[in-house]
Write a protein that binds this ligand. Structure first.
Ligand code: ATP
Length: 277
């Protein structure tokens, strides 16, 4: 199967000289068109760094990122701008206020990327914005509101609609529900499960919480201290986790196991992890 996204041996460091710290140690990961994959790792493991590298925002020191047949990691500033304008790869942040301007209406916010990309008349942009809003289950009467007049769950849906309006091939969703309360979290995850499947949009869910993405992904990749330590179908990862860190994740996710592993077992797994690293 030809891959939509191919991350191959990516290394990223921050700082220089003595202060240099390697964050990603040769990460490889691929996604096919329409596939839904979870990238799971604890805080500081390098998830956002990997997302930023895929977007071409962070420079890699080794390896490559290919997307939709193009080597993104090799693009110069100008080519990168044009790649971003194309909208083929969209990023949804944990906090919707990071992608939404507080003074801009929902209508203009969703239409902005389309206007920047060009090629559509103003009425076409408006129609696409309305359709995108409807596709995330929100009514058209929200179009005239600004983000401060929306609930947290509505804001995140608007941020998703804004990304969808550009008809991307891949959505990078960085902790898309962790800022939401429990009820909104379930609703937005429910939306994300089916969203884009008809159009073959691939989704990469980035999260520290295996439980919250298990129901929406085909595969899971586990990132631990800058290395992908395990990749497999979501079902296999949950039923037969191999790496000690994955076992700890599965054991801690009470929603998956109905109870989680007991304290003593978690202590053993933490010890195994310490021995591992
Ligand atoms: N611009 C930067 N300069 C220096 N160090 C950075 C920079 N960005 C991130 N880091 C460091 O790189 C490591 C990985 O950070 P990253 O944000 O990728 O982790 P993460 O897995 O996304 O964590 P979280 O779940 O907390 O968001 C952390 O130790 C962080 O402090």
């Amino acid at each position: 199967m030809s891959e939509l996204l191919e991350v191959d041996g990516v290394e990223v460091s921050y700082g220089r000289g003595r202060a240099e710290r390697r964050i990603l140690h040769g990460v490889s990961l691929s996604l096919a068109a329409g596939e839904s994959v979870g990238l799971i790792g604890e805080t500081g493991s390098g998830k956002t760094t990997l997302a930023r590298t895929i977007l071409g925002l962070t420079r890699l020191t080794a390896g490559s990122v290919r997307f939709d047949g193009e080597t993104v990691s090799g693009l110069g500033a100008r080519a990168l701008r044009s790649f971003r304008r194309s909208g083929r790869l969209q990023y949804v942040f944990q906090d919707p206020l990071q992608s939404l301007d507080p003074d801009v209406t929902v209508r203009d916010s969703i239409g902005e990327g389309l206007r920047i990309r060009g090629g559509l008349t103003a009425p076409d942009v408006a129609t696409r914005a309305e359709a995108a809003l409807a596709s995330v289950g929100l009514p058209a009467d929200l179009l005239g509101r600004v983000p401060g007049q929306l609930s947290g769950g509505q804001r995140q849906r608007v941020a998703i609609a804004r990304a969808l309006a550009l008809q991307p091939r891949l959505l990078l969703l960085d902790e898309p529900v962790s800022a939401l309360d429990a009820a909104n979290r379930i609703q937005v995850l429910d939306l994300l499960r089916t969203l884009g499947t008809d159009q073959g949009i691939a989704k990469l869910f980035i999260s520290h919480d295996l439980g919250s993405v298990a129901g929406v992904t085909d595969r899971i990749a586990v990132l631990f201290r800058g290395d992908i330590v395990e990749v497999g179908s979501t079902r296999d990862i949950i039923a037969r986790p191999q790496h000690p860190y994955t076992r700890l994740l599965v054991g801690s996710a009470t929603t998956l196991t109905g109870g989680g592993v007991d304290r003593e077992r978690r202590r053993e797994l933490r010890q195994a992890l310490a021995d591992h690293g």
